[in-house]
Ligand binder design. Structure first.
Ligand code: GLU
Length: 217
């Protein structure tokens, strides 16, 4: 069980995400990644190396945003490889889907037990999978239920999940919104200064120095 950090605010929250991942490194992980909304597009950096290497990529790519999610992975489904590292994106359906920019970005801790069945249903609807993870199934499932309201789509998606999960989700069409859900795996909500920024994390320790107002979901 590895780590999730997410943030939505009005300043650049990427340093909070990377610092949060560093605080979760002690748990062990085989890969890590971060996704942000930048200039209206979801953009990400992923690495099978340390968080310090991810930070170098983030700096080189100039990833800066007031909305983002980040993850350290301990692989359960699919090898520890960059294409299996989170965040996973969904791009909608069709043969050219993966050429399009990502529409949904998602990080996940846990295991989805009915991932084979859900993957088959989503493939039949035209979703193209780029990883071997159970997590990518959730990203496409949320996309398939998305109609402009990310909260409603995640709420409908989790009804179909069997297993344990903590997730944090973004949509490129909702630049001020981050949605989280949990069942079996831990996830906390952090409320920042004046309620003007909010955080999600798998462990309150990831938010040390950012906020001490923690809601245990
Ligand atoms: N089952 C997911 C995967 O293999 C999440 C693993 C985790 O909790 O880090 O990618």
């Amino acid at each position: 069980m590895c780590g999730i950090v997410g943030a939505v605010g009005s300043r650049n929250i990427v340093p909070v995400l990377v610092e949060g991942l560093k605080r979760l490194e002690y748990r062990g992980y085989d890969s890590c990644g971060v996704a942000v909304l930048l200039d209206g597009q979801l953009q990400r950096a992923r690495s099978t190396s340390r968080v310090a290497e991810l930070q170098a990529q983030v700096d080189t790519d100039g990833l800066s945003s007031s909305l983002g999610i980040a993850h350290t992975r301990w692989a359960t489904h699919g090898a520890p490889a960059v294409h299996n590292a989170h965040p996973h994106f969904s791009h909608g359906t069709g043969a050219d889907a993966t050429q399009r920019p990502g529409r949904i970005a998602l990080v996940h801790n846990g295991i989805i037990e009915n991932h084979d069945e859900l993957r088959a249903q989503l493939q039949a609807r035209g979703y193209v999978f780029l990883s071997q993870t159970d997590t990518e199934v959730i990203a496409h499932l949320v996309d398939s239920l998305y109609d402009g309201d990310l909260f409603a789509a995640v709420q409908a998606a989790v009804q179909q999940l069997q297993g344990g999960y903590a997730i944090a989700v973004l949509s490129k069409d909702e630049p001020h919104r981050m949605v989280g859900a949990r069942a079996g795996s831990p996830l906390v909500l952090g409320v920042g200064a004046d309620g003007a920024e909010h955080f999600l994390a798998s462990d309150a320790m990831a938010l040390a120095g950012v906020t001490d107002q923690i809601v245990y979901l």
